[in-house]
Write a protein that binds this ligand. Structure first.
Ligand code: PAF
Length: 255
């Protein structure tokens, strides 16, 4: 596996099916599922590790984000990644950088309302990664369902030559969706966080709210939206850790 620390070092064969799995590192089994799905469908597998400052409003959240490139590189290699692209912030946002991709539509509400500027940061970095790596396909996890819907809209609206592939959410045995943020939960918080998948399992906004309230959680939202199909989505902060999760609803259940 090649580790490319700059755009110049990134040299991907152009006569091959190139797949991209964009990540912010701290790779876990959810990322492994993305890498495996991608590996099965492309000749050259590129994974990126870049903690994108543009999608964090809160500097504390950005600085607390786990970073361990050596560990990520060994996990990526084990999953058959050919090139790990790990650029610096200066490489991605050089002095004078001043052009942003501003998604509206499906990016409004939910995370868009609670994290102003978040999807602008995600959209901008993904367009940059698509242009740098030039993959034919890119893989994302369903756990970030609004992000997936926003990227599908972006690719459609800007005629980008990349297909978005979606992989189902990977969960721990206790039902909690895998997330790099789970590592910040204390045992008591983790117990409380388990109410989120239990709430989603009700498949109903009011019932989900009741489950969260019983666990002492005051969610940012519990909502049904058409994201990757009709979806029940929840965001809630447990201790100081903000978690998001969602489940698909059967067709016809969306408002
Ligand atoms: O889902 C993520 O990890 C990030 O939002 C992404 C897509 C890698 C962009 O920074």
């Amino acid at each position: 596996m090649i580790v490319a620390r700059s755009i110049a070092e990134l040299d991907v064969a152009r006569d091959a099916i190139v797949g991209l799995v964009p990540t912010m590192g701290a790779l876990h089994a959810g990322h492994a599922a993305l890498l495996r799905a991608a590996r099965a469908e492309c000749d050259v597998l590129v994974a990126s590790v870049f903690v994108n400052p543009a999608q964090f409003a809160d500097g504390t959240d950005l600085s607390a984000y786990p970073r361990d490139l050596e560990e990520d590189a060994s996990k990526a290699q084990a999953e058959g990644v050919d090139v790990l692209f790990a650029p610096s912030t200066g490489e991605m946002y050089p002095p004078g950088f001043a052009t942003w991709v501003e998604p509206v539509g499906v990016a409004e509400g939910l995370e868009g309302a609670h994290r102003p500027g978040h999807f602008r940061g995600v959209a901008t970095v993904c367009v940059k990664l698509f242009n740098i790596v030039r993959p034919q396909r890119a893989w994302f996890g369903r756990k970030d369902a609004q992000q997936v819907a926003m990227l599908e809209q972006l690719v459609r609206d800007l005629n980008l030559p990349v297909e978005i592939r979606v992989v189902e959410t990977v969960r721990d045995a206790d039902g909690l969706a895998l997330s790099s943020r789970n590592a910040r939960l204390s045992p008591a918080e983790r117990e409380q966080a388990r109410a989120i998948p239990r709430a989603l399992a009700t498949g109903d906004v009011e019932a989900a709210r009741a489950v969260l309230a019983e666990a002492g959680l005051d969610p940012d939202y519990v909502a049904v939206r058409d994201l990757v199909g009709p979806t029940l989505a929840i965001a809630a902060t447990v201790g100081t850790t903000r978690l998001i999760d969602n489940v698909p609803l059967r067709e016809g259940a969306a408002p």
